[in-house]
Design a protein around this ligand. Structure first.
Ligand code: DAH
Length: 345
């Protein structure tokens, strides 16, 4: 009887306990191949009287599922053993697979380059807080209360408090103040860091970006020192054929003040889209530190003088790498970020 045979094989399958992949294969050959037991039983099923077919068909299908699922379990049981034996065939003398390392952010690369250049001139690196008070961000830097110059920078205020609001710093010039308040001249430092302004985010503006501030204070420092320092910086960063020019400007904390342009890095001064056909692009603001600022910071302005400058790292990076959209710097798309770092970390 077919049903008895099925019961007998069911017992056999349930008791089957393979010890190796070979045993499992023997199971497959016995039960699951074309001429195996499962198929044979299905063949025999064809001759079963119709009235028995309903019940027996169900039993037979369950038997087939049992055989298949047991075999699947055996396969799993021995697959790790078989992969272990495959491992034994690896050639361990071959070099390993490299794994991807990160790359430095283009802004970090350019900041590092700027720092290296100024280090050669004896500048140290200093930092200050990103959350600043009104004194360090504005008042000590000679921005009078209600002076329109304060409107030049739209500020994220954290706390309004009488006489000394707390805000996210709008420029790294605040670090100059901290440095002068807390030390004694001479000062020769650059101060890189993140700054914040309340701007709508677009390809050309962002609510945060990065600056490098510079400060040089000593006895007898002149505008000639300022010019030569910045000229050296530009030659090192953009190449010896880069020209510079200074245009008079205004900042509350410097007098006289200037903006510095360099000959366009793309067209070399011939005129192109980047330089709006002028041949020049602006890269920084600078000037002689206003005596009021020195006095505000406890430095004797009759004895000491000096210069300061401030530049945007994004701006410099855009010029160096021709990046047209500021948002790329903060989107963290590795396809963008991995293009710049040529050294492995
Ligand atoms: N703080 C200015 C800005 O954010 C940049 C600047 C201009 C800094 C002139 C300076 C300076 O130290 O002397 O636009």
């Amino acid at each position: 009887m077919l049903q008895e045979k099925i019961q007998q094989y069911t017992k056999e399958i349930e008791a089957f306990n393979p010890k190796s992949a070979d045993d499992a294969e023997a199971f497959r050959l016995k039960f699951l191949v074309t001429k195996g037991i499962v198929r044979n039983l299905f063949e025999a099923f064809k001759t079963v009287p119709v009235e028995e077919k309903r019940v027996l068909g169900k039993v037979l299908n369950e038997f087939k599922q049992l055989a298949e699922s047991r075999y699947a379990t055996f396969q799993e049981q021995f697959s790790s053993a078989s992969s272990a034996s495959k491992q034994a065939q690896y050639d361990l003398t071959l070099p390993g697979e490299g794994f991807a390392v990160g790359s430095r952010h283009p802004l970090s690369l350019v900041r590092k380059e700027i720092v290296e250049i100024f280090k050669k001139l004896g500048f140290t690196v200093a930092e200050g807080p990103e959350i600043e008070d009104d004194w360090h961000n504005f008042t000590a830097l000679n921005f009078p209360p209600e002076h329109p110059a304060r409107d030049m920078q739209d500020t994220f205020f954290i706390k309004k408090q009488e006489g000394n609001d707390i805000a996210l710093r709008t420029h790294t010039s605040s670090v100059q103040v901290r440095m002068m308040e807390n030390g004694t001249p001479p000062f020769r430092s650059i101060m890189p860091g993140r700054v914040y302004r309340n701007e709508a985010i677009s390809a050309r503006a962002h609510c945060f970006f990065h600056q490098v501030e510079g400060l040089y204070i000593d006895e007898g420092v002149s505008f000639a020192d300022l010019k030569q320092t910045l000229y050296y910086f530009v030659q090192e960063l953009f190449g010896a054929d880069t020209k510079v020019r200074f245009r008079p400007s205004y900042f509350p904390f410097t007098e006289p003040s200037a903006e510095m342009d360099i000959s366009c890095t793309i067209c070399k001064g011939k005129g192109c889209q980047l330089c709006k056909q002028t041949g020049w692009v602006e890269i920084l603001g600078c000037g002689m530190v206003d005596p009021n600022v020195l006095n505000n910071c406890g430095i004797d302005s009759t004895k000491y003088s000096g210069f300061a400058f401030g530049m945007g790292i994004e701006r410099i990076t855009n010029l160096k790498y021709e990046i047209k959209d500021l948002r790329l710097f903060s989107e963290n798309d590795v396809r963008f970020l991995s293009q710049f770092d040529t050294e492995l970390i």
